[in-house]
Design a protein around this ligand. Structure first.
Ligand code: GLP
Length: 237
């Protein structure tokens, strides 16, 4: 794993946007795996400023709450629309995000995997990390799901994410997420982490053996992961 240690959130955002820019320049019809949460917002702002040509790019988002309506301002679809889709020239037919409105979840998950395969696979996957070490919505558990699936959110994630909702009761209790092997199939992965709240998860990622209680440790088996983090998240190693 390569580590880019940054002095600020802005620097994290700029470095991440540069890697995406390089990917699009090298392969204008690349497939990007995208993330939500506060970590990538600065990166999306920078990408919007760069005036890159996204017309050949295909995107797949990591996850979506379930159930949730697209037009709910807390849906990940709404987030992506606001922070990226509406600001660059991505073609609507090339945008993919699990549907929080579907009725047949199993089918939605199966078809999502098939679409990723059919696209040729993800060239560059962007990840944030939960305070408990989750990636996407792959939560700590005794065993981890490999493919796109419906998952129960842990109490700690519901509490952490309640800051975006009116109340904790409004946070959906489930989500559709890419699985661990979906994520690890990406050719390159960049993981963004900022702030001392992430220090425990980043320390575990850098220190511990692979274990399902810190799902991000699974990234250790991937040959091309770049961790872009600030000193608060990195700690005094
Ligand atoms: C959510 C998302 C994750 C994200 C995590 C961290 O739970 N499902 O993909 O990485 O939150 O979010 P933030 O970047 O806001 O700390």
């Amino acid at each position: 794993m390569r580590i880019i240690l940054c002095d600020s959130y802005k620097e994290i955002s700029d470095r991440a946007a540069e890697l995406i820019c390089a990917q699009i320049t090298l392969k204008p019809d690349c497939v990007l795996g995208l993330a939500t949460g506060s970590s990538p917002i600065g990166m999306y702002d920078r990408l919007a400023e760069m005036n890159l040509d996204f017309s050949g790019v295909t995107t797949f988002n990591l996850d979506e709450y379930y159930p949730i309506k697209r037009d709910n301002d807390q849906s990940y679809y709404y987030f992506m629309q606001k922070h990226l889709y509406s600001r660059v020239n991505l073609r609507p037919e090339n945008i993919h995000i699990p549907s929080g409105e579907c009725t047949d979840v199993e089918r939605e998950c199966r078809e999502y995997e098939e679409k990723i395969q059919a696209s040729g696979g993800i060239d560059l996957q962007v990840l944030g990390i939960g305070m408990n070490g989750h990636i996407g919505f792959n939560e700590p558990d005794d065993s981890l799901n490999t493919k796109t699936h419906l998952t129960d959110l842990t109490e700690s994630t519901i509490t952490a994410n309640s800051r975006f909702f009116d109340s904790e009761d409004d946070v959906p209790k489930q989500a559709i997420t890419m699985g661990i092997s979906t994520i690890l199939s990406a050719k390159k992965i960049i993981l963004l982490a900022s702030g001392k709240e992430k220090r425990h998860a980043i320390s575990a990622l850098l220190r511990d053996e692979i274990n399902t209680e810190i799902p991000a440790t699974m990234l250790k088996v991937h040959p091309d992961v770049v961790l872009i983090c600030d000193r608060e998240a990195y700690g005094d190693k």
